[in-house]
Design a protein around this ligand. Structure first.
Ligand code: AMP
Length: 470
């Protein structure tokens, strides 16, 4: 079954570094939060492209021995998240193939909304697919193109794609990166100085990857832009005309790290502002502001600064929760959430608490946390959410569940308040979300909060059904 969305991912690329694979490893390590399912690196020494990918975390996959099998001065990397079904190694990236354009590898962040149609066309013309991921479609389009060079084939292929893509390609002697015309997913460009030379270029989903390797952030790869870094230097060109933009607002709300610059704006600045505006809009008499760690911390700091209520870390997160744990045979209530979070009773006892989180999706986590805070002695629990109600699924690369699982798509705020068992509940308004991310020119996509999708989704019913089947 074709089931090619829900790609939450991080991408990285580097050109002109003697230890390109090692640098990619570090870059992916910093991007681990964008996907914990699988990771991979493809590197080239100018002649041969070699690729290693595996299920699991970056640090577990890439030992010094594995990295030593990836020699060369250019490389790309990918870290991928997926929730179910197609979590097989076949879908891990980069994809690497030998075709009439030579050896190429590709890694992708986003979701191609017309992948199913393109794939059916390609299959009718004889293409054979190995995986269910939509990224493979791009490679087939490139291979099929009559253009002789990779850049030429890409100019053609990228125009056939609809939806969200931040792509990094590796050929024998060059890196090519591209971003969809609306700029849904981020892609930043940086530079790394090696012994006085400035010819090493890096690209990453988030700038926190640059910080770790000592690269400086230069600018964004523009929506509709392709950047080629090869032996002749750097070339930047538009493959699609300028249009409106649709940067994913959820990158600033939740997904990106607060130490990153995303779409040219520090995420920490947006998050603090989300919290400040939330405090202005939905003030409540209380004693403490408590974040749900880690996602609610920056907004809770903003809420606390604005409301003048003290910020207290009264929920402590165990950072070492892995995938495997032994669940006791006798049921322990809310066991999963207890593994991850533990309340600080002495801070909470008898207090009126403002609990701040970045989002409520199904509502089940929020309910467990509200119960946890209350059972640790809080007198009142007021839940504050630093974004508007999530009412529509994302088809551009964020793993929001289908409409029937989204609590706010089917229930009023009062019903949700009762479900999560909070004394009061408030979300941020759309106007304040816009303000917090500095969106003066309507450059963001808010589809998960508004249901207004910025592209024509030709097969929206089918996309919805595929999501429901998960
Ligand atoms: P729930 O309401 O139980 O579905 O879960 C809400 C929690 O999930 C919030 O604390 C968010 O930080 C987190 N969350 C929201 N969206 C996502 C996402 N796309 N991927 C992973 N976690 C998310």
């Amino acid at each position: 079954m074709f089931d090619g969305f829900r790609e939450e991912c991080g991408v990285f690329a580097i050109h002109g570094h003697p230890e390109a694979a090692n640098m990619s490893y570090l870059g992916l390590y910093a991007l681990q939060h964008r996907g914990q399912e699988s990771a991979g690196i493809a590197a080239s020494d100018g002649n041969v492209v070699r690729c290693t990918k595996s299920m699991g975390h970056v640090a577990d996959i890439f030992s010094p021995r594995v990295l030593s099998t990836l020699p060369g001065h250019l490389a790309i990397g990918h870290t991928r998240y997926s929730t179910s079904g197609d979590t097989v190694l076949l879908n891990a990236q980069p994809f690497s193939v030998q075709c009439n354009k030579g050896q190429i590898a590709v890694a992708h962040n986003g979701n191609i909304t017309n992948a199913k149609e393109l794939r059916e066309e390609l299959e009718q013309e004889g293409s054979i697919f190995q995986a269910t991921s939509d990224t493979e479609v791009i490679l087939h389009l490139v291979a099929r193109s009559r253009e002789r060079t990779l850049a030429g084939a890409l100019r053609e292929a990228l125009l056939e794609l609809e939806g969200a893509f931040s792509l990094v390609f590796l050929a024998n002697d060059r890196i090519i990166v591209a971003r969809d015309p609306l700029g849904f997913r981020p892609l930043a460009m940086g530079q790394l100085e090696i012994s006085g030379q400035k010819s090493c270029y890096v690209f990453a989903s988030e700038t926190c990857a640059f910080d770790l390797i000592g690269a400086v952030y230069l600018n964004e790869v523009e929506p509709g832009e392709m950047v080629i870094v090869g032996p002749e230097g750097v070339t930047r060109e538009r493959f699609a005309p300028m249009r409106e933009r649709a940067h994913c607002v959820f990158e600033h709300v939740y997904f990106s790290r607060p130490d990153s610059i995303v779409f040219g704006r520090p995420v920490a600045q947006s998050r603090e502002m989300l919290g400040r505006l939330l405090a202005q809009e939905s003030h409540v008499d209380a004693d403490l502001v408590v974040p749900v760690p880690d996602s609610g911390v920056s907004a809770a700091l903003g809420y606390s600064a604005e409301s003048k209520l003290p910020f207290r870390q009264a929920l402590i997160r165990n950072h070492y929760v892995g995938r495997t744990f032994i669940e006791p045979s006798q049921a322990i209530r809310d066991f999963g959430v207890k593994l991850k979070l533990n309340p600080v009773r002495h801070l909470l006892e008898g207090k009126r608490v403002v609990l701040v989180d970045d989002s409520v999706v199904r509502g089940t986590t929020s309910r467990k946390i509200v119960r946890m805070v209350r059972s640790a002695g809080a007198r009142e629990v007021h839940l504050r959410v630093s974004c508007p109600p999530t009412v529509s699924p994302c088809f551009y690369g964020v793993d929001t569940p289908s409409k029937n699982e989204l609590i706010a798509a089917n229930h009023s705020i009062e019903e949700i308040r009762r479900f999560v068992e909070a004394d009061s509940l408030a979300y941020l308004s759309m106007a304040s979300l816009r303000r917090a991310v500095g969106d003066v020119d309507q450059d963001f996509c808010y589809a998960c909060y508004s249901g207004n999708y910025p592209t024509d989704l030709v097969n929206v019913e089918e996309l919805m059904l595929a999501r429901d089947r998960r």
